[in-house]
Design a protein around this ligand. Structure first.
Ligand SMILES: *Cc1c(COP(=O)(O)O)cnc(C)c1O
Length: 359
């Protein structure tokens, strides 16, 4: 018998593992999970009904082409159905975008700190990550990102609003940036939180994609639509890119439960966006209270807030957990806290105030 283990691709060495937000503790006082930017509202009854109805035939494979959902998305956003591609969450679609554009040695540019899935999916494809630091205001440095483009650049992620800082890039600066990017480089606008944006200067990526064949828009049902556990997201992109996404899709990746729940969610948008409105009001309250407590809080347009705590990050996260809210620490950098139920936000704010007094 051979002593050696199966040969694995060298690119996999050192890939950071995706850290899911910690679950709320099962014991102790009432615990709230503010660590994964989830929607705190339970599924809408109508959406639940669609999901349960689909569950009744889970002995069958789902519709591989996601026909019903693709048509619904095309209708809702006013795009040709051939420009839509669905996947197992928008992270799944993002991974397909990298697979479709990058081989070993090709470069993927993104801001840092940004969404922690980007370095992982780049490295899995053997691509090289080019991380461009955020500005001092925690915003994408689009000039520096344009300057980082080389002959090897194949894909650029622009996370708008940015996870974990909540900051946005606005229309004029984004257009200026896109004008500088070569037309054979794909720019992916990751708009996982677009429904939470209230700043009218922030563009809807779908308007930008219409004018620019090298722009793809990434959307998810996980946040505003509240389907995080069902794993369904989509991209809107011009034909060659959307077709490449269909080629790189895992066959039958999106379950019928997810497809039907996503269709039902698009049809229940008014009600869901009412919930988003309540979360946005809570966000205003949380940000204003934190600032009144003396914190520097970057302008957030997402369903979370970012506190740059540096070396105090782990201590702060521990204090939150002790008080009954689980947040998402990035050790040495800062803490991201999701806007959740009012009671959860209250516990978070009380903890922030007590911690502030000790600083
Ligand atoms: C949450 C999030 C997603 C969505 O992930 P899903 O795979 O659709 O659940 C995508 N991009 C960013 C930046 C996110 O924060």
């Amino acid at each position: 018998m051979s002593e050696t283990s199966p040969r694995l691709r060298a690119e996999l060495e050192g890939i950071p593992t995706y850290k899911p937000g910690k679950p709320a503790a099962a014991d102790g006082p009432v615990a709230y999970k503010l660590s994964s930017n989830e929607n705190p509202y339970p599924p809408l009854p109508g959406v639940m009904e669609s999901a349960l109805a689909a569950a009744g035939s889970f002995n069958r494979y789902p519709d591989m082409a996601c026909t019903g959902l693709m048509n619904e998305i095309a209708d809702r956003f006013g795009v040709p159905v051939s420009h839509v591609a669905t996947g197992t969450g928008s992270v799944g679609v993002a991974q397909q975008l990298v697979q479709a554009t990058c081989g070993p040695g090709d470069e993927v540019i993104y801001a840092w700190r940004s969404f922690e899935a980007y370095p992982i999916i780049a490295q899995v494809s053997g691509a090289t990550s080019v991380k461009v630091p955020l500005t001092a205001d925690e915003v994408h440095d689009l000039d520096a990102m344009a300057e980082a483009v080389t002959d090897r650049t194949r894909l650029i992620f622009v996370c708008n609003p940015n996870n974990p800082t909540g900051t946005v890039v606005r229309r004029a600066e984004l257009e200026r940036f896109l004008d500088r990017v070569p037309s054979d480089v794909l720019v992916v606008l990751d708009e996982a939180y677009i429904e939470f944006i209230r700043d009218v200067e922030v563009p809807n990526g779908i308007e930008i994609y219409r004018e620019r064949p090298n722009v793809a828009v990434l959307r998810t049902f996980s946040k505003a639509y509240g389907l995080a556990g069902l794993r369904v997201g989509f991209a809107i992109a011009h034909e060659p890119v959307a077709a490449a996404l269909r080629k790189t899709a895992v066959p039958f990746g999106v379950s019928q439960v997810a497809q039907d729940a996503a269709v039902a969610s698009l049809r229940a948008e008014d009600e869901l966006m009412g919930r988003v409105g309540s979360l946005v009001s809570e966000r205003t309250r949380v940000v204003e209270t934190l600032r009144a407590q003396g914190w520097t809080v970057p302008e957030t347009q997402a369903n979370f807030v970012w506190l740059r705590l540096g070396e105090r990050t782990a201590d702060f996260a521990a204090a939150c957990e002790k008080a009954g809210v689980v947040v998402r620490p990035f050790p040495g950098e800062g803490t991201r806290a999701t806007i959740g139920e009012t009671e959860a936000n209250d516990v978070f704010l009380q903890t922030a105030q007590a911690f502030r007094k000790e600083l």
